[in-house]
Design a protein around this ligand. Structure first.
Ligand code: ASP
Length: 321
């Protein structure tokens, strides 16, 4: 009886200690450089999250090593709700790629919910002599051994897509890693690299303004809007090619439950924000439905993605220390 009462008081005081959260700015770590697609999603989300969370939100870009440096930083941050991580599919591909990952994906984070799903596009420098997917395929065939493929490092979405693309075509390209596809895009536009596969959240405006050439989408269905004319890779003859990138929000393991609940509730509200929807949908992203914005389903989904991509990555023989 006495014990139960003490436990109740303890639980109440823990809850009370966090009742005023957030009392200072909340940092969202983006594990890629500024100006890229993950950064764009984070900045758009921050805008929508500010009101429901009642906090100033600061974006911190910690790029490098395919997103694993930023994820490592958050896994070791104080579990107080003031440092969060917004990461993509790399959360699920890096455990198969890095032999010495500094965190355990399923054990070292609190899962707060999925955010969106984003298709990818195969794009090239504007000077590449091809104007259709068939032209691109011929150009790749005729330039074996000379092609540079930009990506955001081992474990990034662009790496995963490029890996699948090369293995489906049975071609090896020279990969050029960046801290994010924001800076990679600058070099692609400038013609320093030839090809990239990247999220529509980064490529749509560059395609529409003619700064890069676009040849195909990586999803099973064609996209709408200005990108509707692009064939799917499946239509272009690459059977079963399907890469969709998703983003999720995480906190360090041990963040108090009342804080996690506040963030999750704020995330649910932010994902219904009309302006956020408008901005994301214009760039080809689909916001996830309420039912998937919960910690348990988010974690289950990441686990399934680890199991889905592990064998694919293993078959490609890729890994890093
Ligand atoms: N799109 C990048 C990737 O390939 C990352 C980024 O800069 O957002 O993973």
């Amino acid at each position: 009886m006495k014990k139960t009462l003490l436990a109740c008081i303890a639980a109440l005081s823990v809850g009370a200690a966090w009742a005023d959260y957030p009392e200072k700015p909340v940092t969202i770590v983006v594990p890629f450089a500024a100006g890229g697609p993950t950064d764009k999603v984070a900045r758009d989300l921050a805008e929508a999250l500010r009101k429901p969370l009642n906090a100033t939100i600061v974006i911190e870009n910690v790029g490098g090593a395919g997103g694993t440096l930023g994820a490592t930083k958050v896994s070791k941050a104080s579990p107080d709700g003031y440092t969060l991580l917004l990461h993509h599919i790399g959360m699920a591909t890096s455990p198969s790629l890095y032999r010495n990952l500094q965190y355990k994906t399923l054990d070292d984070f609190e899962y707060l919910g999925l955010i969106n799903e984003v298709p990818m596009t195969i794009i090239s420098r504007p000077t590449l002599p091809a104007s259709s997917y068939a032209d691109l395929a011929k150009w790749i065939e005729g330039n074996k051994g000379k092609i540079n493929l930009a990506n955001a490092g081992l474990g990034s979405a662009s790496h995963l897509c490029g890996l699948l693309y090369q293995s489906t075509l049975k071609t090896d390209m020279t990969t050029v890693p960046y801290k994010g596809t924001g800076p990679a895009m600058t070099d692609l536009i400038g013609g320093q690299v030839d090809i990239m596969c990247d999220q529509t959240t980064n490529t749509t405006s560059q395609i529409e303004s003619g700064k890069v050439k676009a040849f195909a989408v990586t999803t099973p269905k064609r996209l709408g809007g200005g990108l509707a004319k692009l064939p799917t890779l499946e239509e272009a003859g690459l059977k079963g090619f399907n890469v969709t990138i998703w983003h999720g929000l995480y906190a360090p393991k041990g963040t108090p439950k009342p804080v996690l609940e506040k963030i999750n509730n704020a995330l649910k509200t932010a994902l219904k924000d009309a302006d956020f929807h408008k901005r994301e949908e214009a760039l080809g992203a689909v916001i996830v439905t309420d039912a998937r914005v919960n910690p348990a389903d988010h974690k289950k989904f990441v686990e399934a993605e680890i199991n889905k991509w592990g064998p694919v990555i293993k078959a490609a023989g890729q890994y890093a220390d």
